[in-house]
Design a protein around this ligand. Structure first.
Ligand SMILES: Cc1cc2nc3c(=O)[nH]c(=O)nc-3n(C[C@H](O)[C@H](O)[C@H](O)COP(=O)(O)O)c2cc1C
Length: 186
């Protein structure tokens, strides 16, 4: 049987009605064959503190680090907060970034963003790409998917906009060969 790539879905919004989470869930139906996604949660991660880390990594952070390390690729859906990352997403990235075995090393990552404004979170994506790049994650350069005017593209917690579904389908279709190309054989 062909190998099934394990994708970890991470949503940077903690909101129950998050549009980013709705789009991430929609990706389950838009993925090419040979990829399967599990969506994790990050709201239980404490605020990063090196003293806490040094005293013994909290269970939630251990779990998140193991999830990132064990995934073939990480798919991030990110809101834009004040032109940048939500605190929750930055905190999760930080927890998985500390040695030993920093979890982002050589990790294929794809990112998209949903925002209320017309730019669709362009600014947060460039910040996230910069942060993950210096951790030696390999972030898919293209296609870029910015879902602007978010509320108009969802109904009852579901992605309804056909053009947006096509953009996400193309992103996922590009992510698969990117993972195969970038991942390090262990
Ligand atoms: C603290 C905060 C800051 C925000 N800053 C921006 C912003 O810089 N650009 C933008 O397009 N939308 C901004 N928004 C609006 C978000 O795009 C909108 O709330 C979006 O739906 C959040 O994603 P979610 O639905 O996944 O929670 C902000 C929202 C919050 C709560």
């Amino acid at each position: 049987m062909a190998e099934q790539l394990k994708i970890l879905g991470v949503c940077g919004s903690l909101r129950k009605g998050s549009l980013n989470m709705a789009a991430l869930r929609a990706c389950n139906e838009l993925m090419p064959q040979g990829m399967a996604m599990t969506i994790t949660h990050i709201e239980d991660l404490p605020l990063f503190n090196q003293d806490v880390f040094d005293a013994g990594i909290p269970e939630a952070a251990k779990r998140f680090r193991a999830e990132v390390s064990g995934a073939d690729g990480v798919l991030i859906a990110s809101p834009e907060y004040n032109f940048s990352l939500s605190a929750a997403l930055k905190n999760a990235i930080d927890w998985a970034s500390r040695p030993p075995n920093q979890s982002w090393q050589d990790k294929p990552v794809a990112i998209f963003s949903v925002s209320q404004g017309p730019l669709g979170g362009a600014r947060v994506q460039y910040d996230a790409r910069r942060i993950l790049g210096q951790l030696w994650a390999h972030v898919l350069p293209r296609p870029e998917v910015f879902i602007g005017m978010g509320p108009s593209k969802f109904a009852d917690g579901k992605l309804t906009d056909e053009a947006t579904k096509k953009f996400l389908t193309d992103l996922l279709a590009g992510f698969k060969p990117w993972i195969e190309r970038m991942r390090v054989k262990k």
